[in-house]
Design a protein around this ligand. Sequence first.
Ligand SMILES: *Cc1c(COP(=O)(O)O)cnc(C)c1O
Length: 248
Amino acid sequence: MHDLLTIKERLQAVQQAMQQAAERSGRHPDDIKLLLVTKTVDIQQVKQAIDLGQTLFGENKVQELKEKAPALEACGVTWHFIGHLQTNKIGDVIRYASMIHSLDRLRLAEALNRRLEREGKIMDVLIQVNTSGEASKFGVPPEEAAKLLKAVHHYPTLRVRGLMTIGKFSSNPEDARIYFRRLRLLRDELSLLDLPNVELTELSMGMSGDFEVAIEEGATIVRVGTKIFGPRLHPDAYYWPDEEKKRP
Ligand SMILES: *Cc1c(COP(=O)(O)O)cnc(C)c1O
């Protein structure tokens, strides 16, 4: 069963599935990065993944980022922040993460810029888009993405690198395809604005249940947790409040 597999075996299975999805869709496997999501995963397990050659990790909670990143500093890994970010917690995220996937409002951009300016830093960001329109999901509605992007590109400390979305939860990964496609088409549309300081090359989409479909639809970063580290202690409602009651 799934639970008895090692991290190494699960990682190999995910990598193989990623490669096959890339080939199926005429893409180069090197163009897709695997971001290992380590929420609730302990440091020893993260170290195992590092020993297996993994260098890109993602955290959804500031508290966990703050615990793991310093403990693993010597390993030379890269952290991305992928969760909902409150403005009073940006200090820790700026300190440890090299990319924020969840920029979803102007107020957050303002606060980030202020802090980054003070620290003389620049941050890569993705704009999170709520492609499924589910009320419980964070992210800017697709029709407001252009407005947010136009406002954000004026901040010299923020480099917009692409878009991020969370697909709709379903036992059938095909159900997420239209949301991933919507994100790609939105990216193509926003690229036409040709804004300075903005380069929409990254599409962060796809998780354990639907990363193959996401790759077929153009994902450049897939965010995979349970498929590599095993089931989590908490239900996902803990990470996305209000989500659980909506799930089938
Ligand atoms: C937890 C999480 C993931 C990974 O979820 P899995 O289903 O465990 O792969 C991806 N993206 C975000 C934003 C998350 O919070």
